[in-house]
Design a protein around this ligand. Structure first.
Ligand code: UDP
Length: 337
């Protein structure tokens, strides 16, 4: 199937991962249309394609967008992603992550758009019973965030059987880093992720980083995570889309490097990359943090021929540092929501 120059609808296209996917869409010859309500995303992050501001709950608006742009496929990034918040406010997660997505599916079915890429997560697995975690790992999520994504996976599996809506679930491990250009990167409010917070300390925007737990059963006692560069992550979406368009098969893949780093290792590497001393405070464990989350990442490598090229810890930190310095240092985009 000829896919180049086709329009691709990217929900959450002004968010962290969605905006990087939009850049990749351009690089792969697609015309991206970014659909975002800008509640978490930023208009300055919409560097490629056309940005349409709208709500996924607004079916009439979605119908218009599908009618006007005639996308060949949808990549769905619009989602709430705070694990802790999902535990205290599950309604928000089931309403927005689940029912809004179902609204989107209904418009896809009506408009006969049959290819969907789901931004899924290793949080669908829950507590690891096996590390590294293969795609066949049991899926028993321990928070509403992971559960809402797993429910979408299940719904889409049935929609494929019933309606022929093909989908690929991409289960991310820890997305990190920023586009090499330094023009887009990670900005969350509130920020809860390790790497941006560590770099905030290096920037002098925060006094210290609190390490959540030092008594885990890991080599240095701190949690181990599999950090994957956002550009590699975005690139995998296009390999998955291409394969889905060629084979018309639904499938699912882990997206990680297969190598884990501890919180302490991340901080040490960040000191090297930034040349700054990073003050550390040792605190209690954060609720819901498994000791180690590392992907068994062979399936995407074998089937999609996906080769992460940007995901050394050094490069993740270097690109994130470049972004942080540009955004927070020069206040690029500040107040330009
Ligand atoms: N972490 C930490 N201090 C912080 C933020 C995170 O020690 O201020 C740890 C966290 O406990 C986890 C790892 O860093 O083990 C990565 O956390 P992050 O929130 O970046 O991603 P998550 O693994 O929750 O998706």
């Amino acid at each position: 199937m000829a896919i180049k120059k086709s329009t691709l609808l990217i929900t959450g296209g002004a968010g962290y991962i969605g905006s990087h996917a939009a850049l990749e869409a351009d690089r792969h010859g697609f015309k991206p249309v970014l659909f975002d309500n800008l509640s978490m995303g930023h208009s300055w992050a919409a560097k490629s394609g056309e940005l349409v501001k709208g709500e996924l709950a607004d079916r009439a608006k979605l119908l218009k967008v599908f009618g006007k742009f005639k996308p060949v496929a949808v990549m769905h990034f619009a989602s709430h992603t705070y694990v802790g918040e999902s535990v205290t406010d599950p309604q928000k997660y089931y309403r927005d992550n689940l029912t809004n997505a179902m609204n989107l599916f209904s418009v896809m079915l009506e408009k006969n758009v049959n290819y969907f890429i789901l931004s899924s997560t290793c949080a669908t697995y829950g507590n690891p019973v096996q590390v590294p975690m293969p795609e066949t790992h049991p899926q028993n999520p321990v928070n509403p965030y992971g559960d809402s994504k797993l429910m979408l996976e299940k719904i889409l599996t049935w929609y494929d059987k019933a309606y022929g809506l093909k989908s690929t679930f991409l289960r991310y491990f820890n997305a990190a880093g920023a586009d090499e250009s330094g023009s887009i990167g990670e900005v969350h409010d509130p920020e809860t992720h390790l790497i941006p917070l560590v770099l905030d300390v290096a920037m002098g925007r925060r006094k210290n980083i609190t390490v959540f737990g030092t008594d885990y059963p890991t080599p240095d006692g701190t949690c181990v995570r599999d950090y994957i560069h956002v550009t590699d992550l975005a690139g995998a979406h296009f390999l998955a889309l291409q394969r889905m368009l060629e084979t018309s098969n639904s499938d699912f893949f882990n997206l990680g490097t297969g190598k884990g780093y501890s919180v302490k290792e991340v901080i040490t590497e960040a000191e090297k990359v930034t040349g700054k001393k990073i003050s550390v405070e040792f605190g209690a464990r954060r609720a819901g943090d498994p000791p180690e989350l590392v992907a068994k990442a062979d399936k995407a490598k074998t089937i999609l021929k996906w080769v992460p090229q940007h995901s050394s810890l050094e490069n993740i930190l270097r690109t994130a540092w470049k972004w942080n310095q540009g955004y927070f240092g020069k206040k690029i985009g500040k107040n330009k929501k």
